[in-house]
Design a protein around this ligand. Structure first.
Ligand code: PLP
Length: 336
């Protein structure tokens, strides 16, 4: 339990970069990535926001509507002004792609855009591969900087490699990007506060400088990050057998959630609900943005002891074969 260096465990960071940038990434070989261990995904976002404020003091951050609520707190406390961009379309319960692209085009050149790499929280709505290509194209054309929050790698498709698709598209298009990675969900290491912040730079020299500045930001905040989670992650990911076992478990977890989506929708349809519940299976990841109103959510809580956020977001991780029928029945009752 000795101190780690300011930038955290080198071995953990190395393995973590491979997950995001690719096992055989040239960018890693060229040492173009400045990366430090971070206090899980939240800490990675906050460190980046502080970095943004220090080195681009007049910049803003564009955040999707809606987003994980803490994004607003993080950039607010880092004193970076916030703008929003269209993301979710309430009628279709899918992506408001045209409006999102318009917002990218209309933002001042060189703006910062926060993107959820996969399994968008709270909506469960991700762009398709084609849409990502277009998003990448427009972000590049405007000289914007894309910052990916990747809190759920593996949770969307069950394969961390597939879930990194958006990032890989941006790399193909030669962007400079930032990534916040977290092991809270995909390794179940919530309380260990283990994650990584990386910034893809122009060259090795710039990466050394950026890493040094990230460490300068970390030092007066927490000196160095915690060691236990870093040891767990680096032990698993650097051992081929353990890594294989982890990948298998991630897939089991994601497939279970996908199965629960099918079961929830199926049960609602079986009950004769006249509403469309297709979005339950179209959406992906840990959350289902059900479309339930705050009043309907209150009824679920008060009459059925079913708990979800008042924006109608169901944590699919809490849905099981044992309670899915009860849940469907209650949803049917409050939406009649
Ligand atoms: N980003 C998103 C989109 C999240 O949903 C979460 C957790 O809910 C996080 C980041 C951060 O989680 P942690 O700090 O536990 O890694």
């Amino acid at each position: 339990m000795e101190y780690l260096p300011m930038g955290g465990s080198v071995k953990m960071v190395e393995e973590t970069l491979k997950l995001a940038y690719g096992e055989n990434s040239e960018l890693i070989k060229e040492k173009r990535i400045a990366a430090v261990q971070a206090l899980s995904g939240t800490g990675a976002c906050r460190l980046f926001a502080d970095f943004q404020k220090r080195f681009c003091p007049d910049s803003q951050i564009y955040i999707p509507v809606p987003t994980w609520a803490n994004h607003h707190n993080i950039w607010r406390d880092a004193q970076v002004p916030q703008k929003t961009y269209h993301y979710y379309h309430p009628e279709s319960k899918g992506l408001d792609f045209a409006a999102m692209i318009d917002d990218i085009k209309n933002a001042p050149n060189g703006s910062f855009f926060l993107l959820h790499a996969c399994a968008h929280n709270p909506t469960g709505v991700d762009p398709s591969e084609e849409q990502w290509r277009e998003i990448s194209h427009h972000i590049k054309a405007k000289g914007h900087f894309a910052f990916f929050d990747m809190a759920y790698q593996g949770f969307a498709s069950g394969d961390p490699e597939k879930d990194a698709k958006a990032i890989r598209i941006f790399l193909e298009d030669d962007h400079h990007i930032g990534i916040a990675q977290s092991y809270a969900k995909n390794m179940g290491l919530y309380g260990q506060r283990i994650g990584c912040l990386s910034v893809l730079c122009e060259d090795e020299k710039q990466a050394v400088a950026v890493k040094s500045q990230l460490q300068q930001l970390a030092r007066p905040m927490y000196s160095n990050p915690p060691v236990h989670g870093a040891l767990i992650v680096s032990t698993i990911l650097s051992d081929p057998d353990l890594k294989k076992q982890w990948l298998k478990e991630v897939k089991v977890m994601a497939d279970r959630i996908i199965g629960m989506r099918t079961a929830l929708r199926g049960n609602l349809e079986k009950l004769g609900s006249p509403l469309s519940w297709q979005h339950i299976t179209n959406q992906i990841g840990m959350f289902c943005y059900s479309g339930l109103t705050p009043e309907q959510v209150d009824r679920l809580t008060n009459e059925f002891h079913i708990y979800m956020t008042r924006n109608g977001r169901i944590s699919m991780a809490g849905v099981t074969t044992g309670n899915v029928e009860y849940l469907a029945n209650a949803i049917h009752e409050v939406t009649k």
